[in-house]
Ligand binder design. Sequence first.
Ligand code: NAP
Length: 300
Amino acid sequence: MPDQTGRTIVITGAGSGIGRAAAATLAAKGARVILAVRDQQKGLAAAAAMTGRIEVRPVDLASLASIREFAAALDEQVDVLVNNAGTMTDSLHHTADGFELQFGTNHLGHFALTNLLLDRITRRVVTVSSSAHRSAHIDFDDLQWENRAYKPFGAYGQSKLANLLFTAELQRRLTAAGSSVIAASAHPGWASTGFRITSGNRLLDTVAAVGTPLLAHGPDGGALPTLLAAVGDVPAGSLAGPSRFGGVRGPATAGEPAAHATDPQTAARLWEVSERLTQTRFPLATRSAVPGRANDDSGA
Ligand SMILES: NC(=O)c1ccc[n+]([C@@H]2O[C@H](COP(=O)([O-])OP(=O)(O)OC[C@H]3O[C@@H](n4cnc5c(N)ncnc54)[C@H](OP(=O)(O)O)[C@@H]3O)[C@@H](O)[C@H]2O)c1
């Protein structure tokens, strides 16, 4: 990795797991790293174990008020934003604003954070997704799981598919605005971290809990795709992930999301819904039409 001196990098969920590993590497390479964490003590403990320029700032991605507070306090240039924090739950829970917790935290929280910081971001927005996006779909008639039985893994998959549709639409909007900022994404494969697979299927969850420490790579391995997407040579809109064992572990390489994760109509629809739900908007003025469709974004 090239020297990162002079860059400021914000990483959400950097108090543990992949976010913490990525933060430690970037700080050791000279970047000033802001650990955006919901648990200040955990963040401070993580920072104490790193070398370099590190700051810990509080943000709860399950609260729009907290995200607004974080963004308002960060009144400076950010070179790279890494939307890494993520949650998986085994039953229906809600954010402070009443959104289903996984969709609300993993997608809507990062959607709002990105829009609120975007006019200060100079290089990249990286969002950490999952291979769970491949079998997932977005149910626009019931985004918050109000009218059907809750499927924990279905909700997780929806949130991780939303991460990629968000990246695709963000990149289209950045291009239309004439911005040189790149939107990219990463998936860690299978990493042994604080993350617990809670699919709702007890057998599968037990196999995952036993198999993870034996078969998965550690947080450092899981952070490689994030690092590649954040500071490596990757195309806009790409999905970085492990290159071995069917994308489960190993060195990182840039690949592509599943076709349905970049569908322009679905991505645009999700963007519009997400703007309405979070009351945040793409902040850059649009210079040309978004390729492939009429565009009336004013950037207001
Ligand atoms: N591990 C894997 O195999 C795997 C596979 C596919 C995708 N991923 C993705 O990788 C990313 C990192 O996960 P990980 O494996 O490093 O798991 P992890 O160790 O559990 O880290 C997740 C981080 O997200 C933070 N977080 C959760 N809810 C939050 C909220 N409301 N506000 C702010 N921060 C919040 C957690 O904070 P606390 O420490 O306070 O809980 C934690 O630091 C996630 O997006 C996950 O979906 C992981």
